[in-house]
Design a protein around this ligand. Structure first.
Ligand code: UD1
Length: 417
């Protein structure tokens, strides 16, 4: 099991160019199967989840190669519509291949993604939307067998919750469907707009993305394109959090401040200086941190659930009492016990976490419980007295490209062991 060893108490100081977004790269890679020509994706982060998506593409018969941060996918040789169980288990979000493979092949079978470290992750909305589009879905022995005997057809779909994954799957299935699709109560996350931008560059006809109603007019085929993955807004939050908690300062290049409009004011409330210019964000965390008003995680443009653990880590040393309400996932406080082991004072009751700021955190042995929870432990360790060893780092590697190199470049004493 790989671990990270971190010597705490050193201020973060420097400049980082933010990596490409995992949550955008994954749907974009699945979208490649819809194209009839070669796709080149730049700024693609080198992450275990991205490699898993490439393995799925290869397994489907596409060719896929990495050169630095550029991935080239040739989907012309696609020959299969089945994603094996081991690849589905490797990356739960592989469900996003469903809409794309259906769109291209007219059928798809994959195993049920099941639960994950954030609690149960149902896909009822994905299934009911695809059924409205003419997909016949059989569920047997944990396998979803999907086919479209009469072809995919456009539909008016109203989501009961603006699910990111369901919105993506519908968009992917709708691009080559017959007729028009309208998604009401669609997710508005920036990654949805990135997917729409990519698909439109391939010749799709999507509009309204970024808003709650998305319109898709089916086209006959999609063509080759070259596209750049958007910057990762949660990695931006993580790096800002590391600077804030260590009393340091950081400049982020290739970040999109508008994507974290709900998070930047929280850093300001804590007492950090935050300055935004073009695609850059500068944060100065030299003043003592203060508690903040209640934070409630919400669908975009609300406060992102993926930044909850990260901000909680920063609040552990903010003077006063902060309250966090997690509204998106049921089981997203598993990092709390580990932060408490480091000296944090946090109480959880259902959806609500109460963080009482402490003067000091202590280095110790902790375990990453999920991707962002692991990132929260890294931030806490950077500001703790003494040495922290974080195990189960493979969960962090799902979303952060060489985290020790990134943080090491801005002064952190961190190594893999
Ligand atoms: C995506 C992100 C994840 C982020 C989440 C919310 C990727 C790869 N992952 O996950 O990092 O935390 O958005 O911003 O992009 N739900 C249902 N039925 C469904 C679908 C979802 O009940 O059919 C529920 C989920 O259990 C959850 C909520 O809706 O409680 C939000 O899920 P969703 O927006 O779909 O998240 P993901 O797409 O899985």
């Amino acid at each position: 099991m790989q671990r990270l060893k971190i010597e705490g108490g050193i201020r973060i100081n420097g400049e980082i160019s933010v990596q490409g977004a995992k949550n955008s790269a994954l749907p974009l890679l699945s979208a490649c199967v819809l194209s009839r020509g070669k796709v080149t994706l730049h700024n693609c982060p080198r992450l275990s989840d991205v490699f898993a998506a490439c393995r799925i593409l290869t397994c489907l018969g596409c060719s896929c190669s990495f050169d630095g941060n550029t991935v080239t996918v040739d989907p012309d040789t696609i020959s299969r519509s089945y994603v094996p169980d081991d690849l589905m288990r490797e990356m739960r979000s592989s469900i996003v291949f469903l809409g794309a493979v259906l769109g291209r092949m007219g059928r798809c079978s994959l195993s049920f993604p099941g639960g994950c470290e954030l609690g149960p992750r149902p896909i009822d909305m994905h299934i009911s939307a695809l059924r409205q589009m003419g997909v016949v879905i059989k569920e047997e022995y944990g396998v979803l067998d999907c086919s479209c005997p009469k072809g995919l057809k456009g539909a008016k779909i109203s989501l009961s919750f603006p699910s990111v994954g369901a919105t993506e799957n519908i968009m992917l299935a709708a691009c080559l469907a017959k007729g028009d699709t309208v998604i009401y109560n669609a997710a508005r996350e920036p990654e949805i707009s990135d997917l729409a931008g990519f698909l439109n560059s391939c010749g799709a006809r999507i509009s309204g993305h970024g808003g709650s109603v998305i319109y898709i007019t089916g086209v006959r085929e999609l063509h080759d394109c070259e596209y750049s993955v958007m910057p990762d807004r949660i990695v931006s939050c993580t790096l800002l959090g590391a600077a804030a908690l260590t009393g340091g300062e950081i400049s982020l290049k290739n970040s999109r401040p508008q994507d974290i409009d709900a998070v930047l004011p929280v850093f300001e409330q804590m007492g950090c200086g935050v300055f935004v210019y073009d695609d850059n964000i500068y944060l100065n965390g030299k003043k003592a941190l203060k508690a903040v008003k209640t934070i409630r995680t919400m669908p975009y443009p609300g406060f992102p659930t993926d930044a909850q653990a990260i901000i909680m880590a920063v609040l552990t040393k903010a003077q006063g009492t902060s309250v966090i309400v997690e509204n998106i996932f049921e089981n997203r406080y598993r990092h709390v016990d580990e932060l408490v082991r480091m000296g944090a004072d946090i109480k959880v009751e259902g959806k609500v976490a109460v963080v009482e700021g402490v003067k000091r955190l202590f280095g110790t042995n902790v375990i990453a419980t999920d991707l962002r929870g692991g990132a929260a432990l890294i931030i806490a360790a950077l500001a703790a007295d003494g040495e922290t060893v974080i195990s189960n780092v493979k969960l962090v590697d799902r979303g952060y490209e060489n985290i020790e190199k990134q943080l090491g470049s801005v002064g952190a004493r961190i190594c893999r062991c």
